[in-house]
Design a protein around this ligand. Structure first.
Ligand code: ADP
Ligand code: MG
Length: 233
């Protein structure tokens, strides 16, 4: 599991010769084994933050460490659930689930795998292709894939937002059960304030673009979050 430190992090996109700043002096420290929710307006750089933590975006200045080391997908095990789940449509669910371990040439722990698949109620999907699954099943496959690799760090990009209310509720409670058994350091991006309150130990409120940390709230009430958001967005 991981301790994450971001110190004066500035992240940029290249547009021709120009560097466009997406995150500005972003400071955050996440202790091991906690869930931090990141809440901010559309376009403030939340997904960019996740891809930077995942070691995919490297155009940044400042300090970013996971267990005192720079993000490195080859060395660290990072479980990423992208916004649209990132399942490869031409591969069966079983291959999709094994993909992170195959790439990192890691042994597959089949006992851990069967337990997680059972818990997320997707054992029956293994021989199917992603487009043969419901949205809820696809989302749980993406969660399973991340947990099965026993990640040091779990990164979730609005993982429940494409699901209808009932499916999202079911998935959130399955996630909580699973997380309690495998309490991995987690960064959860969400638009949903209630979801952030329900799932996270702390809520980080981010300013409009270029995103910077405005408040870090500790088990706040919904009213407190809404009032703070009114001040900054
Ligand atoms: P959020 O997830 O908070 O909605 P993003 O991190 O996706 O925001 O995007 C932040 C900003 O960076 C937006 O203005 C977006 O248009 C821009 N952006 C995102 N991806 C790219 C890219 N590949 N190239 C250039 N600009 C991008
Ligand atoms: Mg996003």
């Amino acid at each position: 599991m991981a301790t994450i430190k971001l110190d004066q992090l500035n992240v940029y996109y290249k547009k021709g010769n120009e560097n466009i700043q997406v995150l500005h002096n972003f400071n955050l420290s996440i202790p091991q084994g906690l869930i931090y929710a990141i809440v901010g307006p559309s376009g403030c750089g939340k997904s960019t933050l996740l891809y930077t933590l995942a070691g995919i975006i490297t155009n940044y200045t400042g300090t970013l460490t996971i267990n005192e080391e720079k993000p490195n997908p080859k060395k660290q095990s990072i479980g990423l659930v992208p916004q649209h789940y990132g399942l490869l449509p031409w591969k069966k669910i079983s291959s999709n689930i094994h993909f992170p371990q195959v790439i990192r040439k890691k042994q597959i722990d089949s006992i851990r795998e069967s337990k997680i698949l059972e818990q997320l109620q997707i054992t029956h999907t293994l021989q199917k292709y992603p487009n043969e699954l419901s949205g809820g099943e696809q989302q749980r496959v993406a969660l399973a894939r991340a947990f099965i690799q026993n990640p040091d760090l779990l990164l979730l990009d609005e993982p429940f937002s494409a699901l209808d209310a009932l499916t999202a509720e079911k998935s959130r409670s399955l996630f909580v059960e699973l997380w309690n058994e495998h309490p991995v350091t987690t960064v959860l991006i969400t638009h949903n304030i209630r979801e952030a309150i329900e799932l996270a130990h702390k809520i980080v409120l981010v300013s409009p673009t270029p995103g910077t940390v405005k408040h870090i709230l500790n088990y706040p009430s919904e009213k407190e979050v809404r009032n703070k958001i009114k001040e900054i967005w």
